[in-house]
Write a protein that binds this ligand. Structure first.
Ligand SMILES: C[S@@+](CC[C@H](N)C(=O)[O-])C[C@H]1O[C@@H](n2cnc3c(N)ncnc32)[C@H](O)[C@@H]1O
Ligand code: SF4
Length: 375
């Protein structure tokens, strides 16, 4: 039972999109913010206008846990916590679904449903167990397409009167929409930035990241370099190695041309399994060979260690399985630039399965009591 709650729910929830800035700060300043959230939720769960989130299920891996959260309107999101020697990293979601529809990522398979509010983003950090020392915006959704709410959530997390989270420990990973990249460059926020590039020419990028078609690849690259220069810090280029698609000599050459002698780390990603049949996971030798070629052309490269694959918690595997009516959303087949992919239309609703089949079992975590997932 939480004592001394100085702020009543009705005072806090003024904004339908979550707490206002100062109100959120006053809640987090209570030092027991997690408990308070749960208390507020238990008082308010019968009404839809309070945008609290609640743990529906926890999937446990070795050092990785995946949280399925239920939102107040019945949608689900997933969040991952990774335990490291130095502390816990939380990988937060910014949307239900994703409009970008990258062919290799499960998060965009059912299209975009809605943006998360600042409070829904912040609550993911607070409800996760462990001492969080890194927050990465690498869960479901494209953070910069939910720009205002993501920035607001960062202001809340870093507030001195709140949990005072160091901005340095926050990373945004983005596909690089240009207007938002320009805006981000001008923010007084020294966050870490990762650009999900994944290709070295427009045609390839368009075919694997369909919604980014309108953005010139060269300008996207220049915008991340410009962020690096303005803030005098290293940026990361995420490059998902897809054999036969983006692993040619020309790709090595172009990456060298763009990033040699720049303050850039290339992060090579290995495909984590989703339903996409058009992408093959490279083996370790292929990854190492590509890394060596990049190294030879003067680039700093790291192979990203992937965790949580056994509980579908690795990059690109997070999904929102339920719609607002708690029905499964089932992907249908579409064709993108000759590449076959499982996906649905963009509204996220019309492929509802009218059956009662639910991918999640009923919550095993009730009233703070946790249990093993059935997965
Ligand atoms: C899920 S995204 C979320 C952040 C943002 N939407 C983005 O694309 O950068 C985080 C990272 O996971 C990568 N990713 C997506 N699907 C993947 C998969 N199946 N295997 C490995 N990495 C994947 C993305 O390219 C991106 O670099
Ligand atoms: S990789 Fe990122 S942008 Fe692409 S569909 Fe997944 S979440 Fe969206």
């Amino acid at each position: 039972m939480v004592k001394n709650i100085s702020v009543q729910p009705k005072d806090i929830y003024k904004d339908p999109y979550g707490y206002t800035y100062s109100e959120m700060v006053s809640v987090l300043g209570e030092n027991e913010a997690g408990k308070i959230y749960r208390e507020l939720y238990s008082r308010s769960k019968n009404t839809d206008k309070y945008r609290t989130i609640t743990i529906k299920e926890i999937f446990r891996g070795v050092d990785t846990q995946k949280y399925a959260f239920e939102l107040s309107d019945g949608y689900c999101i997933e969040t991952v916590s990774i335990r490291r020697k130095t502390g816990t990293t939380v990988c937060v979601s910014t949307m239900v679904g994703c409009p970008v529809g990258c062919i290799f990522c499960a998060s965009g398979e059912n299209g975009f449903v809605r943006n998360l509010t600042p409070s829904e983003i912040v609550q993911q950090v607070i409800l996760v167990k462990g001492k969080v020392n890194r927050i990465v915006f690498m869960g479901m959704g494209e953070p910069l397409f939910n720009y205002d709410n993501v920035i607001k959530s960062i202001h809340i997390l870093r507030d001195r009167k709140g949990i005072n989270f160091p901005t340095d420990g926050i990373t945004i990973s983005t596909t690089g929409p240009l207007p938002q990249m320009k805006k981000l460059r001008e923010e007084h926020l020294k966050i870490q930035l990762t650009l999900s590039l994944h290709a070295t020419n427009q045609r390839t990028r368009d075919s694997i990241m369909p919604h980014m078609k309108g953005y010139d690849i060269d300008e996207v690259v220049q915008s991340v370099l410009s962020y690096s220069e303005r803030h005098n810090r290293s940026v990361t280029i995420a490059y998902l190695l897809i054999p036969g698609i983006n692993d040619r000599e020309n790709d090595v050459k172009q990456l060298g041309k763009w990033f040699r002698d720049k303050n850039v780390l290339i992060n090579l990603l290995q495909y984590n399994e989703t339903d996409c049949k058009a992408v093959r996971r490279p083996n370790k030798q292929e990854l190492v060979a590509f890394r060596d070629k990049l190294n030879k052309s003067g680039l700093t490269v790291k192979i990203r260690e992937s965790r949580g694959g056994n509980i579908k918690a690795a990059c690109g595997q997070l999904v929102s399985r339920l719609n607002r009516h708690n029905e499964s959303v089932v992907p249908k087949k579409i064709h993108i630039a000759g590449l076959e992919k499982e996906s649905s239309n963009n509204d996220g609703y019309s492929n509802r399965l009218k059956s009662n089949k639910r991918p999640y079992t009923k919550s095993k975590i009730r009233n703070g009591k946790k249990g093993e997932s059935s997965k």
